[in-house]
Design a protein around this ligand. Structure first.
Ligand SMILES: [Zn+2]
Length: 111
């Protein structure tokens, strides 16, 4: 991979990382607003609140997972192994990295 492509992916990954960092604040704010008041909130809205909390937890789990993948891609850029498949060590197609720069396997090694 040439340096220009590598720099582009690096910028893209750093942008993705900062977007995900921003989302953490949103998650914390929404988690804080879910207060289950037994006396003033009806049964249905309590269920809504719990469901919303569940969805927020799931979104937070996915966010952390993505963040790990992005940080590991940035580490691979530093080490100079970015763009190589972790399984067969062949170069991953640029088109595939453009869709998701955090991808670690070439199309042949994808489960
Ligand atoms: Zn491979």
């Amino acid at each position: 991979m040439n340096k220009v492509d590598m720099d582009n992916f690096k910028n893209q990954l750093q942008q993705m990382r900062s977007d995900l960092d921003d989302l953490e604040a949103t998650y914390k704010a929404s988690a804080a607003t879910v207060v289950l008041d037994q006396t003033s909130v009806g049964r249905l809205s309590r269920m809504d609140a719990m469901q919303g909390q569940q969805m927020a937890l799931e979104a937070e789990r996915r966010r952390k997972e993505k963040l790990v993948q992005i940080k590991s891609a940035l580490n691979r850029i530093e080490r100079g192994t970015f763009g190589d498949c972790v399984v067969c060590e062949e170069e991953i197609a640029i088109g595939r990295l453009t869709v998701n720069p955090a991808v670690t396997r070439c199309v042949n090694c994808t489960e």
